[in-house]
Design a protein around this ligand. Structure first.
Ligand SMILES: NC(=O)c1ccc[n+]([C@@H]2O[C@H](COP(=O)([O-])OP(=O)(O)OC[C@H]3O[C@@H](n4cnc5c(N)ncnc54)[C@H](OP(=O)(O)O)[C@@H]3O)[C@@H](O)[C@H]2O)c1
Length: 336
């Protein structure tokens, strides 16, 4: 099969288009003939710093395609089903930047009639967003229509991939969503994703803006830059509210005013999608899939998530685009 591989860590130049053995599914696994792979910051960070699993690594956690082989113990009824794939390359060699991947059955989720562009955009951003939206003490651990009625979610970085996912899921759950952005263009995208209120943090006072919208404070803050925004979050988090910190800010540290956060019994929670509690991950996959089947998840400019599609041979350029902070969702067409 055609596959992008790397055998040593480094920049995008370590990625090679290779003719590699097509993997066979082991017991409990399925093989997926991929249509699209999703690219996320974790892919270039792993390429730079995580030793290749099994010596030869195909990058890419997310993807979408069709089940074309099943391993021992898997019901053949799933053959031919359209699926989205999550965490394909987490501690495994067979990522999604290839014609085929193999994953445990539960990591290939039925996509129904939804387009592959949506399927390949789900895994990392949507499962991270789901975790952020549900880890608080004053919100339910599941999302669905009505789950967040009467709740307010502040999404710091509403034009980012995870920010977009958080807005879409929170709106599906009927929350009021406030999003922060850094430009008029990003404000348009956050609004297109469904944000009820958008504030440009480079021009406006975010604390005053949020207090105006929700005087009692936000129930959940989905935070992309805790190191820079902690002082803001501390002033607008509501009673029993949660600050979900999912980005590492390049290794920066966070300063939190302890006393001020005691009064609301605020929860400051770190998030890594891979290692979240097992129950949270199971519920996240179920809820994200329900949102897709409900028609609530969209991609593209109209959804605040412009698509950038690269052919498989240009996966290195796809990594560069993500590393350079391209606005929107980067996909790799593995069939091109
Ligand atoms: N922990 C996990 O499991 C997990 C999962 C997914 C992603 N991540 C990490 O999360 C980060 C974002 O991922 P992504 O895919 O969403 O990237 P992305 O699409 O590039 O989005 C990042 C967004 O954050 C915004 N931003 C940066 N600084 C900000 C600030 N101080 N206040 C408000 N917004 C700010 C950026 O826009 P402006 O700079 O223009 O404001 C941009 O829109 C990456 O570091 C990624 O590795 C972690």
């Amino acid at each position: 099969m055609r596959a992008i591989t790397y055998t040593e860590n480094g920049g995008p130049e370590v990625l090679r288009l290779t003719d590699s053995p097509t993997p066979d599914p082991g017991p409990g696994e399925v093989r997926v003939r991929l249509a699209l792979a999703g690219v996320n910051p974790t892919d270039w960070k792993s390429r730079q710093g995580t030793p290749p699993a099994g010596g030869v690594q195909v990058p890419g956690q997310d993807g979408a395609g069709t089940v074309d082989a099943v391993g021992r113990g898997v019901d053949p009824a799933v053959l031919g089903q359209r699926v989205w794939v999550w965490e394909a390359a987490w501690q495994r060699p067979h990522g999604t930047a290839a014609e085929y991947t193999v994953v445990p059955l539960r990591q290939a989720v039925l996509l129904g009639e939804a387009p592959f562009e949506i399927g390949a955009a789900l895994g990392i951003p949507f499962l991270t967003a789901h975790r952020c939206l549900t880890l608080g003490e004053s919100v339910p651990d599941r999302l669905g229509p009505g789950a967040l009625t009467g709740r307010t979610v502040l999404v710091q970085g509403g034009a980012g991939a995870v920010g977009n996912a958080a807005i879409q899921l929170a709106r599906w759950a009927d929350a009021t969503v406030i999003a922060t952005v850094s430009s008029p263009r990003k404000a348009q995208l956050a609004a297109a994703a469904g944000a009820s209120h958008v504030v440009d943090y480079t021009q406006q006072d975010v604390v005053a803006f949020v207090r105006e919208v929700v005087p009692k404070g936000a129930d959940v803050i989905v935070e992309v830059s805790a190191a820079r925004n902690a002082a803001i979050d501390a002033q607008v988090v509501g009673m029993h509210g949660a600050v979900a910190m999912y980005a590492d800010d390049g290794g920066a540290e966070v300063t939190i005013p302890v006393r001020a956060q005691m009064a609301p019994n605020a929860r400051w929670n770190f998030v890594l999608v891979y290692t979240q509690p097992e129950r949270a991950k199971v519920l996240g996959v179920e809820d994200v899939n329900a949102a897709v089947l409900d028609g609530a998840i969209r991609v593209g400019e109209d959804a605040g998530l412009p698509l950038h599609v690269f052919p498989l041979a240009q996966t290195a350029d796809a990594h560069r685009a993500v590393e350079d902070g391209v606005v929107g969702k980067v996909l790799v067409d593995v069939t091109a």
